[in-house]
Design a protein around this ligand. Structure first.
Ligand code: PLI
Length: 465
């Protein structure tokens, strides 16, 4: 029998018309942007898959919540609503609001890291590692090897390799490791999840050595869905229950509300340790604001509280994961090299395999992202050698194994027809991939260079394709 199709668990109340530029206009726009999709103007983009961060569509309940936001400087009602939502869904005792995820990362890194410390994690994330390094720490990647192989088909490709973690503890000593940063899911690995079993084991190992475990909970609901789908014993559990168990194997988390809390801005730092909370409260006033608003307006906290509940809904997250997979499956069927299995928030095109004629120091992923924009006005993001930056000791380019273009699907924003348009464009580009040329970097910013770097095509007078 034919598999029955499902649809969005919502209907549309407001629409936002899209701009559709001509090929010539897109060429000019890309040139103005220095061949960096981060520098394109939004109105020059047709389907914007740059990021799923802060790009979610809010529900009518969230828009309504904005109106009842309490803008008191201190003791806002909206803060208590947000705190209660975090306590209820995530289970942590203490919560501090921050303006977004990196605000929480800044606080955690300052509070926990001393010069010369090591912070193991399951693959780096740009802002997370930047804060660790700014505080004198060194990030150590302890993710399983398969996570660096775009074609390895594993259910939980975000897991930590416990042998690697144990080795680091043996080599540098537990006292040099303030905490393990466990991202659920792993953005840079392709949105790959961590299994519940791995979370439990990492926590047990760390407890034996007095090392804390902090989650990067940015896409925790997506991770929970994969556990429900793939890990034995969780099929009949609600997403809420799975989330609670996940967080029980940690001491706290940093959170970017801009992803799995369905808002356009906001974040928080949460923890169970009272002493750490008291110290964090001292720091939040320096960098974010009062502990009852922390860089957010009352209305933003109100919308985020509502978003936390909506994201933990089983129907919402099922559709979310399936929409990403809907696009991914079309590309896999057409033989396009993508990171497999398809992760939670994005499709990652394997630019090394897509463009084998472009060496990594000619920025194949950056070139592919540019070519896709030229072809169809679809904006993706480079996640490869440009994003990986330079080694802080040697000054050499970090050369990540994964050289990718990320096509990130915003939550509740696009329909599957948009996914079809994206699929058609990628497939056509793949057919004429030999014509795509490499890039050279014209301007390199010292920190988080991918945001503002500028490029030009290596072949004069030619656009990328
Ligand atoms: O953008 P922020 O500061 O709210 O959150 C930073 C952040 C932390 N961890 C992870 C896993 C992220 O993905 C993340 C932000 N991600 C962005 C902006 C993205 O486009 O993926």
């Amino acid at each position: 029998m034919k598999k029955r199709r499902t649809a969005e668990p919502y209907k549309i109340k407001a629409v936002e018309p899209l701009n559709m530029l001509s090929r010539e206009e897109r060429e000019q726009a890309l040139k103005r942007a220095g061949y960096n999709t981060f520098l394109l103007d939004s109105e020059d983009v047709y389907i914007d898959l740059l990021t799923d961060s802060g790009t979610s569509a809010m529900s009518d309940q969230q828009w309504g919540a904005l109106m009842v936001g309490d803008e008191a400087y201190a003791g806002s009602k909206s803060w208590y609503r947000l705190r209660d939502a975090v306590q209820e869904i995530y289970g942590y005792q203490y919560v501090l609001p921050t303006h977004q995820g990196r605000g929480a990362e800044n606080l955690l890194s300052q509070l926990m890291i001393k010069e010369g410390d090591y912070i193991p994690g399951n693959m780096y994330f740009t802002t997370t590692r930047a804060h660790q390094e700014l505080n004198g720490g060194t990030f150590v990647d302890v993710i399983i090897d398969e996570a660096h192989d775009s074609s390895a088909e594993l259910d939980f490709k975000g897991d930590i390799d416990l042998t690697k973690l144990q080795k680091l503890i043996d080599d540098v000593g537990a006292e040099r490791i303030p905490y393990v940063c466990l991202a659920v899911t792993v953005n840079m690995a392709g949105g790959q999840p961590v299994s519940m079993a791995n979370m439990r084991e990492v926590y047990e190992l760390c407890q034996r050595y007095g090392i804390s475990v902090f989650y990067d909970a940015t896409r925790c609901v997506e991770n929970a869905y994969f556990i429900k789908e793939r890990e034995e014993g969780y099929q009949d559990q609600s997403i809420r229950n799975i989330l609670k168990e996940m967080f029980s194997y940690s001491d706290g988390c940093t959170m970017s509300g801009k992803k799995d809390a369905l808002v356009n801005i906001g974040g928080f730092l949460a923890m169970n340790d009272e002493e750490l909370y008291i110290r964090s409260r001292e720091l939040v006033v320096v960098y974010e604001g009062m502990p009852t608003y922390g860089g957010m307006a009352g209305r933003d906290m109100e919308a985020m509280a509502q978003g936390i509940y909506e994201a933990a809904d089983d129907h919402f997250i099922e559709h979310r994961i399936h929409q990403v997979r809907y696009l991914g499956d079309q590309l896999i069927e057409a033989g396009i090299p993508v990171v497999r299995p398809i992760g939670g928030h994005a499709i990652f095109l394997d630019a090394k395999a897509f463009l084998p004629h472009i060496p990594q120091d000619q920025f194949p992923a950056q070139a592919l992202a540019g070519a896709l924009y030229l072809d169809s006005g679809v904006r993706g993001m480079e996640r490869g050698i440009v994003s990986a930056g330079r080694n802080k000791e040697t000054g050499e380019n970090n050369k990540p194994k994964l050289e990718m273009v990320r096509l990130t699907i915003p939550r509740r924003v696009y329909t599957n027809n948009h996914m079809d348009v994206v699929a058609d464009s990628v497939i056509e580009l793949f057919e004429k991939r030999d014509q795509i040329t490499g890039l050279q970097m014209e301007y390199e910013p010292p920190t988080l260079r991918f945001f503002n770097a500028r490029f030009s095509p290596l072949v004069e007078s030619k656009t990328l394709i």
